[in-house]
Design a protein around this ligand. Sequence first.
Ligand code: CO
Length: 297
Amino acid sequence: MDEETLKKYIRAGKIAAEALEYGRGLVKPGLKVLDCAEKIEAKIVSLGGIPAFPVNISFDETAAHYTPAPNDPLLFDRQVVKLDVGVHVGGCVGGDTAATIDLSGKYTDLVKASREALEAALKVVQIGTPLGKIGKEIEDTIQSFGFKPVRNLSGHGIGEFMIHGEPSIPNYDTEDETPLEEGMTIAIEPFASTGVGLIQDKGLPQIHSIIANKPVRNIGTRQILKKIDTYEGLPFATRWLAKDFPLFKVQFALRELNQLETLHSYPPLVERTPNSFISQAEHSVYVGDKVIVMTKL
Ligand code: CO
């Protein structure tokens, strides 16, 4: 990677870190979840970045992939809240970072478990580190708190207009000997759970991305697709489109694109164990002679 490109990643990382820090202040009982998401996304833009995906605000047993619906009335109350923020600068997705805010006051250790797992993982990150070793650090740390890592969620490579690429960074000891390579940009994101440590799709998706290009006949859908093209293949929210188009048209278009299999929609990811709680922590890292944690303030 050339110097100029690396600078863009680092800038995106810094903006994501600042936006997350700003977002923490908006997670308060009685405040609107929708406002929180929109204000964080506006903050990213005001800092010179572009959201690499809709701000995820996931509650309690939901690990990820919840973002408010258009006109979502939901308020913060006493939930365990995960804020996950993504930023790119000129396509370089250098900022994918998350934190957990426990509004219940009952899950301090759970929050600590994922945060310390992330710190333990970052300590072993360098050129040559086997992926399984990162997973082992995460698993050992989370288990030492008496919780389970979420095994079917993992960290991931981040790249140009790409949020989920290779390599996959496990959250448990897979014994994968594949080494980290020089020049990799990765996001590490441990999830700690009070449940079994497995998530499944549940609920209505509010996040989508284009996965193929096919001709579309309907003129309304074509107009909406034009807007979707400006996201450059990165994930977007139903509510983003509902700003420019009537909601019923947006829903029609999303349905049509789903049927054509040009669109993938991402439902919330929810713990299989009922009434459980999940925490998350995440940083984006550049692996070089010097390891740079790009989303640390
Ligand atoms: Co991520």
